[in-house]
Design a protein around this ligand. Structure first.
Ligand SMILES: Cc1ncc(COP(=O)(O)O)c(C=O)c1O
Length: 437
């Protein structure tokens, strides 16, 4: 097979595709594998019951059923659904939104692909005089970032990133902050992008950081893209106060996935009309139309505001309790080892930092996989960073959404392998024990 440049980039084996394959195949290779690597949300029976009730109602009503199965919507998405989401967000936050500000995508992942490549990459000739020599890039003001962005650019050198400031906190915690002193935005930057809460770290950019980024983006006439896959108003997996942010210069991308609907593939782009419309044009070429299932299942939840109650009363408390339990367990199991954990402020991962880790995160990942627990090695999340910072090889991302017993066992195995890596004593609940060779 002779691949085009596009084919080589997108059909080849990038590091991240390899990792995803590994994560995907792990359960087949070892059915007892403890899956602490993936981005699946937890199973919440109350949410599943609501989705089922809504789906039954749609299926039981012939016009709604036909609208679900029998129609292509416009490339921007079903007008009623967009109007309803716009009204919901306007009522919550006072943003001035109409249906024209909303575009529906088949998941937020492809929305990022389209948005990123719409804004960055090779620029048309009239832009060739700009400092970056005709191509522009997406800048991540804070790295590590969501590894799902890493290969989304059609051109090379698509991302750049700024190394964060690191605040060392009590109780083995730490927190990344945007280092505005290092943040340099030249004419080659097409847009800023942040996930808030951040995958992989569970960080939540403060309101001040967001306001500062917003100011910088507006001064330079570039959009600020905020990935709200875990944020407010839904799924609202936030453990710290954070004011949602949108204005005409912001592209906010929401998703139904972490609410418990990753299989329906619905992303929601909130942007000024010009951008939403441009996105819809591209979506028409790439997808013809977006799927109807997510809008069908959630329309009434938006209309009644029930989505907000569910996010606040069911989704958020579930993840917050899990975060606390996982944090406590790690503190106990890793006692005596040089570990730090990013303060869990949202999303559903713990980001662990093992300073001076002698084996690096890739080897730790492999050893953990052999022991039957899957995590994400952190070095993949520092793409765009042009700097050999040792820290990037000292971190792993651990999801805590599996059942509590599996999470406890997984944490125990991680602690054993980390202790072994440092050539240290394995911390055990019932006293200390020598590490295995
Ligand atoms: C930060 C972040 N953004 C976007 C996505 C993509 O989600 P989806 O395409 O299911 O909306 C994910 C998925 O894990 C994510 O973690």
């Amino acid at each position: 097979m002779k691949l085009s440049s596009f084919g080589e980039k997108f059909a080849g084996d990038s590091g991240i595709v390899g990792l995803m394959d590994d994560l995907g195949n792990a359960l087949r290779e070892n059915p007892d594998m403890i899956m602490m690597g993936g981005g699946n949300p937890g199973r919440l029976p109350q949410m599943e019951a609501v989705f089922r009730r809504r789906l039954d109602a749609v299926l039981g009503d012939p016009p709604q059923r036909h609208r679900l199965f029998g129609r292509y919507q416009s490339p921007q998405g079903d007008h009623d659904f967009r109007a309803c989401v716009a009204e919901f967000l306007s009522a919550q936050y006072g943003w001035k939104l109409g249906a024209g500000n909303i575009a529906i995508a088949n998941g937020s992942q492809p929305a990022f692909f389209t948005l990123f490549n719409m804004l960055a990459g090779e620029m048309p000739p009239e832009h060739l005089g700009e400092p970056a020599g005709g191509s522009r890039r997406i800048h991540l003001p804070l790295t590590p970032e969501y590894l799902g962005y890493a290969d989304a650019g059609l051109t090379e050198g698509f991302f750049s990133a700024t190394r964060p400031a690191v605040d060392l906190l009590d109780d083995h915690l730490f927190k990344y902050r945007v280092d505005f002193g290092r943040l340099e935005l030249d004419g080659g930057v097409a847009a800023l992008c942040v996930s808030r809460p951040t995958n992989p770290t569970g960080n939540v950019l403060t309101d001040d950081e967001v306001a500062h980024l917003d100011r910088l983006a507006r001064e330079r006439g570039i959009p600020l893209i905020i990935d709200g896959a875990y944020g407010a108003p839904f799924p609202n997996i936030l453990f710290t106060p954070a004011r949602p942010h949108w204005n005409e210069n912001t592209i906010l991308v929401l998703s139904l996935s972490k609410l418990g609907l990753p299989g329906v593939r619905t992303g929601i782009v909130v942007a000024r009309e010009e951008i939403a419309h441009a996105f819809a044009n591209a979506n028409g070429i790439l997808n013809l139309a977006s799927g109807n299932l997510g809008p069908a299942v959630t329309l009434e939840l938006f209309r009644t505001g029930e989505i907000l109650d569910l996010a606040r009363a069911v989704v958020q408390p579930f993840y917050q309790a899990r975060a606390r339990a996982a944090l406590d367990e790690f503190r106990e199991r890793l006692a005596g080892l040089p570990f730090r954990i990013h303060r869990p402020e949202g999303a559903f991962f713990l980001w662990l930092w093992f300073e001076g880790l002698p084996i690096g995160s890739q080897v730790l990942y492999q050893r953990l996989k052999q022991r039957g627990v899957l995590v994400v090695p952190g070095h993949h999340c520092f793409f765009g960073l042009d700097d050999d910072w040792p820290h990037r090889h000292e971190c792993i991302r651990v999801s805590y959404v599996q059942d509590e017993e599996s999470v406890r066992r997984g944490i125990g195995l991680i602690a054993e392998e980390v202790a072994r890596a440092y050539g240290a004593i394995i911390p055990r609940r019932s006293g200390l024990q020598e590490s295995s060779p």
